[in-house]
Design a protein around this ligand. Structure first.
Ligand SMILES: [Zn+2]
Length: 382
């Protein structure tokens, strides 16, 4: 928001230098060795830097902090200010000058809704990409794998679907020899799938799709047509929410069993993330739990008084991310309901918190970016 004619004041330069050095320190650590207590103290310092930085650079954020008497640094992650995620639809929230805008992400592309706008500069965008790579390489390894995308190639060309397209493009970076499994009518492109699966049968490949589309437009159609693939070494990544699958009484075990049956793949990983916090995604481990990544954390709040819920108690998910300097989105109250399921105790060996997402808050605005297919698919990565 701030348009400064005389450049960035020296105190904010120090603040950002301090932020960068603390962030770099945390990035050097391994998520398997940093306990929740240690992570919280690292993150608190980093997020307090961001809290001060955005007060200096974003007038709207500063005003919100003044109105809530939250200008001071917080003493714990739970007492940091948080913004309702829908504010990114209502306000132009940015902490950079117009000339520094590198990319604007929009999380909803339909005309019936105002899209959320997330303003990125080069530094924030680079931080997001680097973090996404670090997180996903834990699951898919460092090699770029041949990639089957469960979507239509036309989607990435359609400006109306920017978040869905951004999600696909973000993930496509991790693959090579890309094959789109659906045509522009969202029907199976069987000739293309057949070539891909013959070429890469029993070889490592990456499959990505939004959860509902993977289920409804791929797995179910293969099943109806009695088709089976031999992609036994495939790693399947999917994201976008379970609401439509829950309505069809499909749980994660059923989902995985049918993927195993139709594609042959054993490795299936869901991930949770916000278009407003690209980079810090929560990936499902081999034990089936969504893990807060090293540079992010999660708090669950009571929907009535916003107090912090106990472990296991359902509430509204608040996500914290150490990455954004170009917009004040480091602490966001989402419109998702969920629970903390473990802290430092997941058998997979990753420390920190794991969460379960239970659905959307009732009567919140539907925030789809692929509404013609599903109202809940969200572009989580870019
Ligand atoms: Zn785990």
């Amino acid at each position: 928001m701030s348009e400064q004619s005389s450049g960035t004041p020296p105190n904010t330069i120090n603040l950002l230098a301090d932020y960068e050095s603390q962030l770099n320190q945390l990035m050097q650590l391994d998520v398997s060795t940093v306990s929740q207590a240690d992570k919280s103290s690292y993150l608190l310092n980093i997020l307090n830097c961001l809290h001060q930085h955005h007060q200096h650079q974003c007038q709207a954020y500063g005003n919100i902090c003044v109105a809530n008497q939250q200008q001071q640094s917080a003493s714990s992650l739970a007492t940091l200010p948080y913004l309702a995620v829908r504010l990114f639809k209502q306000l132009e929230l940015r902490s950079i000058e117009t000339a520094q805008i590198f990319k604007v992400l929009q999380s909803s592309g339909t005309t019936s809704q105002t899209p959320a706008r997330v303003f990125l500069d080069k530094a924030t965008s680079a931080r997001q990409s680097k973090t996404l790579i670090n997180i996903l390489q834990r699951t898919i390894g460092k090699q770029r794998l041949p990639m089957l995308i469960i979507d239509s190639p036309s989607i990435v060309k359609d400006p109306k679907f920017s978040a869905r397209a951004a999600g696909i493009q973000g993930l496509a970076f991790f693959g090579r020899d890309h094959c789109y499994a659906l045509d522009e009518n969202m029907q199976l492109n069987w000739p293309a799938i057949e070539v891909f699966s013959a070429k890469y049968a029993d070889k490592p490949v990456l499959i990505f799709g939004f959860t509902f589309m993977l289920w409804a437009y791929f797995i179910q159609v293969l099943k109806q047509q009695n088709k089976q693939l031999n992609l036994t070494q495939a790693i399947v990544l999917h994201s976008g929410g379970w609401k439509k699958l829950e309505e069809q009484k499909v749980d994660n075990n059923t989902f995985k069993a049918q993927i195993k049956h139709t594609i042959g793949a054993n490795k299936v990983h869901n991930f949770y993330g916000m278009a407003e916090q690209v980079g810090t995604i929560f990936v499902e481990c081999a034990q089936g739990h969504l893990h807060a990544p090293l540079l992010a954390d999660v708090i669950v709040r009571n929907p009535y008084d916003f107090s912090v819920c106990e472990m296991g108690e359902q509430g509204i998910i608040q996500v914290l991310s150490a990455l954004p300097t170009s917009y004040p989105g480091f602490s966001l109250l989402t419109e998702d309901l969920g629970r903390i399921t473990a802290i430092d105790t997941c058998p997979c060996g990753q420390l920190g918190k794991t969460i379960a997402i239970d659905g959307r808050l009732p009567q919140t605005e539907v925030r789809g970016c692929s509404d013609t297919q599903t109202s809940e698919t969200r572009g989580a990565v870019a």
